[in-house]
Design a protein around this ligand. Structure first.
Ligand code: MSP
Length: 539
């Protein structure tokens, strides 16, 4: 049985990193919400594992070769390299910075650290007899950069054969190619899926792949000879390496394959490859087969997210439905943006979204439930205790219910986000705790208790406010991977940094340990976490 990337992680120097990747995106155009969806999910997963105290490696990058990029560059009268450089520096990297993506590396497939190693990898497979020369004729979709099986195509009204994803006509190609003996890996792949039921997520995606492989695999054309924007096949420079083989190898070349043994051994294989469901087969069939052929370990998990839909179709630039993340962040803010898509759509399922839905959730869940709680508690500690966190000396059943609620939220969120990649459930667990704390304040009515000047009244008031502030301390820790900027604001307003240290150093799994905020902490009414939204600007 091949080794996998699913072993438990540690934090030690030599421990294997928990390695998360996004797809590397085509730079034929600027990024849209769909690309940001996968990248934000990866970032939340990464930050969650970092806050478990694990060593983590988060990789993203760009896929720059192939016909699609070449044609775009031609249409814009520049060389493909010039086009890629422009898009990467002006659109892709700035967006990830804007969205607060904490990737450790950004790989571009035109970099020498990648292309040299791709040639070595393919040469090795050739030397091992895994690659042979043949001919191929079939329908090709440039949008997917993929030969399609005739059965996969859909028909336009006039009978033209269309790609089912791009809804554009396919091109009939006939080429002399090099082929990888993918057909020999069917049984090994089925054994891998069988031995490792979590290898493909979600279940529906797993079933689709298993059925596909059971039908029998064809050998894979791994070179193209009718254009030259790619990595040359080392033994035959009339061919360039098929863009998908080139692209998949980024997951190995970026972490030192063939160049830095130590880095490679402590990082590879990925624990989680996050991919859109459209590119699942490449990652769950072709990629592990390439690794098996080379005797390398296969990834721990390939997790497919669903599509963001517009008007019932996959949102995409080619459908002219690509919306820029900045069109939403300028209005809702970056943190709310990071939260919204993971909160509103079950990861793995397709989901529609709307400005109205985003506004409604922002107002009710972020501004009213969460933001108001934070500002009310800080205001009351200010008003009744001069901003010095009081001691809880009169805890009873109501407080016990809060402690229990927090313990449950931490356990549920850690399993959902950290293990199951069920971001929606994880976020909901944290927010149901926020609701519980709101309910606690409503029931305990601290503003009424404040009127009771007796020692018992004072002790109750102190207990209620300590309990609420300590609950918020935990919420800041738990939401930090999702909304790092607002969590930091809350952390600052609770005066937590002085005694507990940096927010990102707070282990999520210890968030329910009660009593971490010290008595006397300086609580201030900081900036409003989620300001009221202005009315939607006229289109
Ligand atoms: N370059 C290949 C991937 C190579 S990985 C070795 C590619 N690039 S892409 O630019 O088309 O982007 C692919 C990824 O973007 C999808 O797999 C998905 O993760 C994300 N999405 C693009 N459109 C999307 C939606 N409408 N909805 C959700 N995610 C989408 O394929």
């Amino acid at each position: 049985m091949a080794a996998t990337g699913s072993e438990k992680q540690g934090a030690g120097e030599n421990a294997k990193a928990f390695y998360v990747s996004t797809p590397i995106y085509y730079v034929n155009d600027a990024p849209h919400l769909g690309h940001a969806y996968t990248t934000v999910a990866g970032d939340v997963l990464t930050r969650w594992h970092r806050q478990r105290g694990e060593k983590v490696w988060y990789l993203t990058g760009t896929d720059e070769h192939g016909q699609k990029i070449m044609r775009t560059a031609e249409a814009n009268d520049v060389t493909p390299q010039e086009w890629c450089d422009k898009l990467v520096t002006e659109a892709w990297k700035p967006l990830w910075e804007h969205l607060n993506i904490a990737n450790d590396d950004f790989i571009r497939t035109t970099e020498k650290r990648h292309t040299d190693r791709v040639q070595e990898f393919v040469q090795d497979l050739y030397d091992k007899g895994e690659i042979y020369k043949g001919g191929y004729e079939g329908p090709y979709c440039v949008g997917c950069e993929e030969y399609k099986l005739p059965g996969d195509l859909i028909e336009a009204e006039d009978g033209t054969k269309l790609c089912p994803i791009h809804k554009k006509p396919v091109e009939l190609l006939k080429e002399e190619n090099y082929f990888f003996k993918l057909s020999e890996y069917g049984d090994k792949l089925l054994a891998l899926y069988e031995a490792n039921p979590g290898f493909i997520q979600p279940e529906s995606a797993r079933n689709e792949v298993v059925n596909f492989v059971k039908q029998g695999l064809q050998d894979l054309s791994i070179s193209r000879s009718t254009f030259d924007w790619g990595v040359p096949v080392p033994w035959d420079d009339k061919h360039v390496i098929y863009v998908w083989v080139d692209a998949l190898l980024n997951y190995a070349t970026a972490v030192g394959y063939g160049a830095n043994e130590e880095k490679f051994a402590s990082t590879f294989p990925a624990n989680v490859h996050l991919v859109g469901k459209d590119i699942l087969r490449f990652h769950a069939v072709i990629w592990p087969a390439m690794l098996l052929a080379q005797g390398l370990p296969v990834p721990g998990r390939v997790a497919a997210n669903g599509w963001l839909m517009v008007g019932g179709e996959k949102m995409s630039k080619s459908n002219l439905t690509g919306i820029k993340p900045q069109d939403l962040t300028y209005h809702f803010g970056v943190d709310a943006y990071r939260w919204y898509f993971l909160r509103a759509i079950a990861f793995g399922s397709d989901g529609s979204f709307s400005w109205e839905d985003f506004s409604a959730r922002y107002t009710s869940e972020l501004a009213n439930d969460y933001g108001n709680l934070a500002s009310r508690v800080a205001a009351m500690v200010g008003k009744y205790f001069n901003g010095a966190l009081p001691e809880a000396t009169a805890s009873g059943d109501a407080e016990k219910a809060i402690h229990d609620g927090l313990t449950k939220a931490v356990t549920d969120a850690d399993r959902a986000i950290g293990e199951d990649l069920d971001f929606q459930s994880g976020i909901l667990s944290i927010f149901s705790f926020v609701k519980q704390v709101n309910g606690y304040i409503t029931e305990q009515e601290p503003w009424k208790v404040a009127k009771d000047d007796s020692p018992e009244g004072k002790a109750r008031l102190a207990t209620i406010l300590y309990t609420a502030a300590e609950s918020l301390r935990a919420v800041a820790v738990l939401l930090n991977p999702v909304m790092p900027e607002t969590s930091q604001k809350l952390w600052d307003s609770l005066g937590a940094e002085a005694s507990l240290g940096a927010l990102s150093a707070q282990p999520v799994q210890n968030a329910a340990t009660w009593g971490q905020l010290p008595v006397g902490a300086t609580v201030t009414k900081g900036a409003v976490l989620f300001p009221r939204l202005e009315e939607k600007p006229a289109a």
